[in-house]
Design a binder for this molecule. Structure first.
Ligand SMILES: [Zn+2]
Length: 307
């Protein structure tokens, strides 16, 4: 055997041994742990003693929020179908093995499109949703409904006033407080509280939904606001933002999307309400955005800093 051939043979053998070892580790501990070996944003060191994490997942023009605390997890919306695999991979990288709860804010494609991939890849404890009187006839909704039924996943018809717990987080559905003709304003609105920190997750709620919460004198104060309807011009009105009194705002949208989200006027209203642009984060600019908190303080980890 000449020298070159010997080197090649050794290299190939070494590669096979390493590959087999990796498969062995994966078989034993699960692929999730193999992913873990190559970096895990969830365990990234933060200065505070975090008891709860809220991840705004970059899923293109859509919404998907992962909340983790005390070994339990909630996924709020699953992003569009196009990014279903991205959401699955993000959950895997964050060592999510099961979802204790899923909340579907409403049934538009940019919120449930990724649901089939999620249901295919993770066991799910309970799904919170609000079925409208006129059920959607879209392909994705029908497939999702069939999948939930086939997998015998518990489904809870949810209304304003309903609550649940996930780890240290207390969740309350605070909207919709009345029936609206459009799907966006009928979004389930959730407030998640942990100590002195609260997150307001508004789905695609627009001005009419905001107005009804204000009129109902609902407690909408929040440290972090997920801006309604991807920052559209008809959401996040000044009086609503004033009452929320958020320290941080997050907009989930895709760069160059055809809807023009987020709208410039909405951004201006947010800047007025928050006092500066520094604490307005956007998935189209910052990528994945994670809030860690200890019940009193917040620490934010951005995948990409603003240029
Ligand atoms: Zn949407």
């Amino acid at each position: 055997m000449n020298r070159t051939r010997k080197i090649v043979t050794t290299a190939v053998s070494l590669f096979i041994v390493l590959a087999l070892a990796l498969v062995g580790v994966a078989e034993h501990f699960g692929w999730v742990d193999v992913f873990f070996l190559f970096g895990n944003p969830a365990t990234r060191k933060v200065d505070i003693e975090s008891v709860g994490e809220v991840h705004f997942i970059n899923c293109g023009q859509g919404d998907s929020v992962l909340i983790v605390s005390g070994g339990e997890s909630v996924l709020i919306d699953a992003g569009p179908k196009k990014h279903g695999n991205d959401v699955v991979n993000y959950l895997r990288k964050n060592r999510i093995r099961k979802l204790d709860y899923i909340v579907f804010s409403h049934f538009d494609e940019d919120h449930i499109g990724g649901s089939l991939k999620i249901l295919e890849n993770f066991p799910v404890g309970n799904i919170f949703l609000k079925t409208p009187e006129e059920e959607p006839t879209t392909d994705i909704y029908i497939k999702m409904k069939t999948e939930i039924k086939n997998k015998k996943i518990e489904k809870t018809e949810t209304n304003a006033g309903d609550t649940f717990k996930c780890g240290e987080f207390d969740f309350e559905f605070i909207g919709p407080t009345k029936k609206f003709a459009d799907t966006n304003n009928n979004s389930l609105v959730v407030r998640a509280k942990i100590g002195e920190i609260s997150y307001l997750l508004t789905g695609d709620m627009e001005a009419d939904g905001e107005k009804s919460l204000l009129e109902g004198n609902v407690d909408i104060r929040a440290s972090v606001l997920k801006v309604g309807h991807h920052g559209s011009k008809d959401s996040s009105k000044a009086d609503f933002l004033q009452k929320v009194n958020a320290e941080y705002a997050v907009i989930s949208s895709e760069k160059g999307n055809s809807y023009g989200h987020p709208n410039n006027k909405t951004i201006r209203r947010l800047v007025d309400a928050l006092g500066s642009t520094d604490k307005i984060y956007r998935t189209d600019i910052n990528g994945n955005i994670v809030f860690y908190n200890d019940g009193k303080n917040i620490e934010v980890v951005l995948e990409k800093e603003r240029k």
